[in-house]
Write a protein that binds this ligand. Structure first.
Ligand SMILES: [Zn+2]
Ligand SMILES: [Zn+2]
Length: 378
């Protein structure tokens, strides 16, 4: 009897951690929200960042994106799991099927991008692959889940906005010519951290789209991004000798940066441009902070190299809140801080939303997916 009891306890203990979320146990984002984190490890500012991208793209009527962060799928194929979740939530608008989901199973170390049936053409898939392998997976590999989530949401917003589904007829040819016109401003080729083909893909939605697709406030924001990059790359004249300065590439500019600045560049929290004048042997260093990064300014060394990581001590459930241990470290100096944070308990889906109607209780419009998209693990 006693042996039996021991075995039962042991089985339970072994069984519990392996037990994952089920598709229907994941609460659907409430209206106006585009993210769900059942692990309680994402900071509210990270989720707010995701919601901002979600709201922006939805307001423009170009599609709908969602981010779901869970611990584990409990051994189920993450892609199947995420596709079911997509269809249960009904991300995107019915008919247009313009939804995109970033699904993350943290403990399984798996990420999935699931695209709706209207936005899963070859160019959409290329962009989705580049986002997964060029941004999301690398961010997880360097221990920056918040950065991965933010880059994912931003990338999905870009994917939806630039999808052929949203391209006005005739705009394609113009959009293809525009990047060449841009090269005029920059005699030295721009070096992006990510693979060059992804950079080329990303140009057309950060810079080109505002002039052709942009309207309203969203277009203005993207237009500002284009202007900002133009200002950044315009030629510089040396004040000393009135000769044009030369922009150093990422390898040679390191000589003119200090250790903290180089660390910022490695982490992607700040990008530095060094404009060199050969006749005066003078370097002009310009600092460009990343718009969305999980790194913030370290109170000790003042570089943008402080990062937060968190581990779940108690998972939040429908009945009680959870507890998370947050560790703050600086990737440059020895600054370190640790504290615990309470997370709110999960909200039960309202009875109407669990009864099978896809779009009630959330902002989603009943979009469908056949499972197109990209997978990643780290
Ligand atoms: Zn000079
Ligand atoms: Zn520091």
């Amino acid at each position: 009897m006693r042996v039996l009891l021991c075995c039962t306890v042991l089985l339970c203990a072994l069984g519990l951690p392996a037990q994952g979320e089920t598709v229907s146990s994941i609460p659907r984002p409430r209206p106006g929200s585009w993210s769900v984190d059942t692990t309680g490890t994402m900071s509210s500012s990270t989720l707010a960042g995701v919601n901002q991208w979600g709201q922006e793209v939805d307001d423009k009527g170009l599609g709908q994106l969602a981010v779901a962060v869970v611990n584990t799928t409990g051994g189920r194929n993450p892609r199947t799991f995420a596709t079911e979740l997509f269809n249960q939530w009904g991300i995107g608008h019915a008919g247009r099927d313009d939804g995109a989901l970033l699904f993350i199973a943290l403990k399984d170390r798996k990420a999935e991008i699931i695209l709706g049936n209207g936005v899963d053409g070859p160019s959409d898939l290329g962009r989705s692959d580049a986002l997964m392998s060029g941004e999301i997976v690398p961010a997880f590999k360097r221990g920056d889940p918040a950065g991965a989530v933010l880059a994912g949401a931003r990338g999905l917003a870009g994917l939806l906005e630039s999808s052929p589904l949203n391209a006005p007829s005739g705009a394609t040819s113009v959009a293809q010519q525009a990047p060449q016109a841009q090269a005029f401003y920059d005699p030295t080729p721009f070096r992006a951290r990510s693979p060059p083909e992804y950079y080329r893909q990303s140009t057309d939605w950060t810079d080109v789209s505002p002039w052709f697709f942009g309207s309203g406030a969203g277009g203005l924001v993207i237009g500002v991004a284009g202007l900002r990059r133009w200002l950044r790359r315009r030629p510089r004249i040396c004040e000393g000798c009135r000769q044009p300065r030369q922009r150093l590439d990422e390898d040679t500019d390191d000589d003119h940066l200090d250790a903290g600045q180089r660390r910022e560049e490695n982490l992607g929290s700040v990008d530095y441009d060094v404009w060199w004048c050969d006749s005066c042997q003078d370097a002009q260093v310009e600092r460009y902070g990343a718009w969305l990064t999980s790194y913030s300014t370290c109170p000790s060394c003042d570089y943008k190299t402080k990062s937060e990581s968190s581990t779940t001590l108690v998972s939040a459930t429908y009945d009680h809140g959870g507890k998370v241990r947050v560790t703050v470290t600086c990737k440059h100096c020895h600054y370190r801080n640790e504290f615990t944070r309470s997370t709110p308990k999960l909200t039960r889906p309202s009875p109407s939303s669990s009864s099978g109607s896809r779009s009630s209780g959330s902002s989603f419009g009943g979009g469908r997916s056949s499972g197109g998209g990209s997978s990643g693990s780290w």
